[in-house]
Every structure is written in structure tokens, then in C-alpha cells.
Design a protein around this ligand. Sequence first.
Ligand SMILES: Nc1ncnc2c1ncn2[C@@H]1O[C@H](COP(=O)(O)OP(=O)(O)OP(=O)(O)O)[C@@H](O)[C@H]1O
Length: 273
Amino acid sequence: MTASALVELRDVVFGYDERPVLDRVSLHVPRGKVTVLIGTSGGGKTTLLRLIGGQLRARSGQVLFDGEDVGALDRDGLYRVRRRMGLLFQFGALFTDLSVYDNVAFPLREHTRLPEALIRDIVLMKLHAVGLRGARDLMPAELSGGMARRVALARAIALDPELIMYDEPFSGLDPISLGTAARLIRQLNDTLGLTSIMVSHELESTFAVADHIVVLANGRVAMEGTPDEVRHSDDPLIRQYVTASPDGPVRFHYPARPVEEDYGPAVAVGGGR
Ligand SMILES: Nc1ncnc2c1ncn2[C@@H]1O[C@H](COP(=O)(O)OP(=O)(O)OP(=O)(O)O)[C@@H](O)[C@H]1O
């Protein structure tokens, strides 16, 4: 294990069925840094986060979190490791019937036996970190999309995780909120001493705040490097992705049976409807 890596994948193979989604994937997530995972849609980025979180287990290979093989842990071990991770899947997902305050307090009440006075201090501190201390009494329905994401973020950091994983934190945000959210992720990473992994299609905003980029394509790691290295790569596959070109080595089609098998031979010769 690289000393500076908090998470490391070694030759990980995973598929939901016989079709492999990840095919001998090896990568590392440097401690204290912001790592961005990019790649084609359906390329296995969310799957990879779920493997790190221990919700899925690799068919072969290892997923190491701080040196421990997540896939080999029993229930107690997994619980212990998960306590050290914050997961933010597609942001949002607040409890709609709880106030902002109670949403952030929820994991503290659920997982700790801290007295309410201390919970209050922690909740206000986390809300302050995302700029929403003043919004504590609002209900989720009263928040803008960007605010709701920040509350979800405050909730994700309530238990002081070491690793925080974001799955497409920017989807649906306007460009200004998007820039703010990206900077907030960076700022929290640095001020709270976190390690962050973010899956995103927003190359521009994420490249601006990332230290480390992993490009996933066709089930493999196509490249790991700094934003500059990825941006200036000569590799046709990386170039295709970075310039968002539809033609190149990245497959557009989800694997399918031949066209004529689905529509009959008429289509194959161009005569079908
Ligand atoms: N629960 C599941 N059961 C079966 N197949 C799944 C399941 N979840 C995902 N897949 C398939 O696994 C592949 C990888 O999905 P995943 O969500 O990890 O990709 P992704 O890179 O996060 O995609 P996107 O960028 O579009 O969100 C896809 O082909 C998807 O259809």
C-alpha cells in the first residue's frame, strides 16, 4: 500500500452479472487530497464508490481502506470502517419532515450517545462550515437546490469522517452554485483534514479544485494524474473524454446483441422500420 494512499484498489474485478463492470481496476486515492473520478456514463464510477463503502464486494482483487481489505471485513468490521466514511449519493435526500437542524443532528443521535447540548454545538458548527447556521429552523421544502446539498453535506460530515465520497454532487446546479459547491468541497477537505473522492461529469469545475484525477473507461483505469496531466494527455481515449468528442476509443453503446437479432434481418440491410 502506498503510504500516502487512504484508499487503494488492486486488480479489482466486479460485475452485477456475467458482464464485468470493473475489469482489474487498480488505483489509489491520496490521503488529504481531492480525487475526482471521471469517465463515461455507465463506466462503473458509482459502483466503485459502493465497493469502497463496502456495499458491494469485489469478485477478485482488493479494496483497501487505510490498509484494511474492505471486502474481507465481517459485519462489525464494516460498521467500524463505514463510521470513518461519509457518503453523499447524488446529494439531497434530506428527511423532508425534519428541519435542517434535525437532519444534521440525525446521524449524531443515531450513532452516538452524546448529550443534546453537545449535539447542538456540533450541528451548529457543521452548519456554519457550509454557511447555513442561520438556516437551522428551515424545512427542506424551503431550501433551494444548492442549499439542500449543503445541508446534506453538513449531515455527511456530522460524524467527522476521514473520507468523504460524493456521487455527482453538481447535477442540476446552475453554473454559479456549481462553482460554489466545488469550492466548498475543496475548502472542507482542507479545513477538516478530509480525503475526498468525487464522481463528476463537470470537468471544468472539478478540474479547478482537484488534486488527483482518475479516468475510468471501458471498465479499466485509463489514466491517473493531476488535472494538468489529464488535460494535456496525448492518449486518444483521454483526449476524447476531455474534449467530449463522440468519436474515439470510448464505446458509446451499452453492449447489445447484434441489431439484426433484435429487429430482424431487414434492418441489417437498411430496409426495416
Ligand atoms: N444494481 C445493479 N444491477 C445491475 N446492473 C447495474 C446495477 N447498478 C449498475 N449497474 C450497471 O453497471 C454499470 C455501471 O454502473 P455505474 O452506475 O457504476 O456507472 P457510472 O459510471 O456511475 O455511470 P453514470 O456516470 O451514468 O452515473 C452500468 O452498465 C449499469 O447499468
